[in-house]
Design a binder for this molecule. Structure first.
Ligand code: F6P
Length: 425
């Protein structure tokens, strides 16, 4: 019986809970045992303190199968209540007690059942917590993580996160045999455990609002973040119109301009700056002013300029919202305000597509784990032309790094061709 654990890592994104739900439910249907790891890789490193292993979730009382009529009240006593009502202290450092008496103290790797993930479709963020773990970046941290997994008997891992988190997954799988050897040689695991855990099955799902991963068309959370941005721009539009003002909006996306570009298209922005298409450092201010003035000349009462947080000019100098504002005020005399949308873009309920995509990909992730052999590569589950795909995780991670490198070398054609292989063809 495969024991599958799922974790969310890096910046949260809408749809991560739907991933956990889909993985847990699919794995149960396929006859696996299901676990969650709290706080991303950090939870793997912290593990379960002695005395807190294999305790008190509904799953451990045997209710692991789909809900059967008549068992609801028993099942709703599930672990989910720990997560829901105990967030805050419980999820931050695992030291709090659940008001109802249950506790997650000292437990980061927790067995879960069908009802534990009920209703998780529509919840924003990630209920099992996430972190950008420093400890897991070290070999020592990964060694402890491997030990904690083996202690609980977990042999398959689903990681949902951005490119940093999936790089971690790739490194973990590559190092795994060495880690197991070391634990075995040090006498920390038995012969039987060393044999049983000789190979790690691992699969990645891309959860990130940035949509910056190569070899997939869309990342989980990006559509919701885009939707949030559109709603904000709609709000700003009405006040901008009233005062005939200009607004410069800074949006997230790290080194990727997808959110900014798609928001500009969705909202009819006057001008947009993205990292992938840096304007001429000596000309962009003039070009922007000419464009915006021409819009004003034909009667437009409001101006919207979108700046991706990673936007650069041709000399690779950052383009900042404040700088754009000063140009619009000084050269065009526009009453201009800056709005940095910040983390409102990342939070909140997932839109429909960020429920559908994680569900389809979560199912595929479990199937990929069940198909995995020591010789198959670890997969990243992607989506290409509306079809769910499996691509080698290592390749996708490598390509994403190469895109960042190409952008930093101003080789934008190469960057675009790596991000979108069809562009290359
Ligand atoms: O990668 C997701 C993201 O939201 C980026 O768009 C942004 O640059 C970054 O994370 C913000 O990180 P933090 O949550 O640490 O402020």
């Amino acid at each position: 019986k495969m024991k599958v654990a799922v974790l969310t890592s890096g910046g949260d994104s809408a749809g991560m809970n739907a991933v956990v739900r889909a993985v847990v439910k699919t794995a149960i249907i396929k006859g696996c045992e299901t676990w969650i790891v709290r706080e991303g890789y950090e939870g793997l490193v912290r593990g379960n303190s002695e005395g807190h292993r294999h305790t008190n979730s509904v799953a451990e009382k045997g209710h692991t199968s789909p809900r059967v009529k008549g068992t609801e009240s028993q099942e709703t006593e599930g672990f989910v209540h720990n997560l829901r009502f105990g967030d805050g202290e419980l999820l931050k450092d695992g030291t709090g007690d659940h008001p109802g008496g249950r506790t997650l103290k000292g437990r980061y790797i927790v067995r879960v059942g069908w009802d534990d993930v009920r209703g998780w479709f529509s919840e924003g963020g990630t209920l099992i917590g996430t972190a950008r773990s420093v400890a897991f970046r070290t070999r020592e941290g990964r060694l402890t993580g491997a030990h904690n997994m083996i202690k609980e008997g977990i042999d398959a891992l689903v990681v949902c996160g951005g490119d940093g988190s999936l790089t971690g997954a790739d490194v973990f799988r590559a190092e795994w045999p060495g880690l197991v050897n070391e634990l075995h040689n040090e006498g920390k695991i038995t012969d039987e455990q060393a044999t049983k855990h000789a190979h790690l099955k691992i699969v990645g799902l891309v959860g990130s609002i940035d949509n910056d991963m190569s070899m997939t068309d869309l990342t989980i959370g990006a559509p919701t973040a885009l939707h949030r941005i559109c709603e904000s721009i709609d709000n700003i539009n009405s006040t901008a119109y009233s005062h005939s003002r200009a607004f410069v909006l800074e949006v997230m996306g790290r080194h990727c301009g997808w959110l900014a570009l798609m928001a500009a298209v969705s909202c009819g922005a006057d001008f947009v700056f993205i990292p992938e298409n840096p304007p001429d450092a000596d000309k962009w201010a003039d070009e922007m002013c000419t464009m915006i003035q021409s819009h004003r000349d034909i009667g437009k009462r409001k101006t919207i300029v979108i700046v991706a947080e990673g936007a650069l000019d041709s000399k690779l100098q950052p383009i900042r919202a404040e700088q754009v504002k000063d140009i619009l005020s000084e050269r065009l005399g526009l009453d201009t305000r800056v709005t940095t949308l910040g983390h409102t873009q990342r939070g909140g309920r997932p839109c429909a597509f960020d429920r559908i995509l994680p569900t389809l990909q979560g199912i595929e992730a479990v199937e990929a784990l069940l198909d995995a052999t020591p010789d198959t590569p670890s997969y990243m589950i992607g989506v290409r032309e509306n079809k769910i795909t499996r691509v080698p995780l290592m390749e996708a991670v490598k390509m994403t790094r190469e895109v960042a490198q190409a952008i930093s070398e101003k080789d934008f054609e190469k960057a675009m061709s790596l991000r979108d292989p069809e562009f290359r063809e």
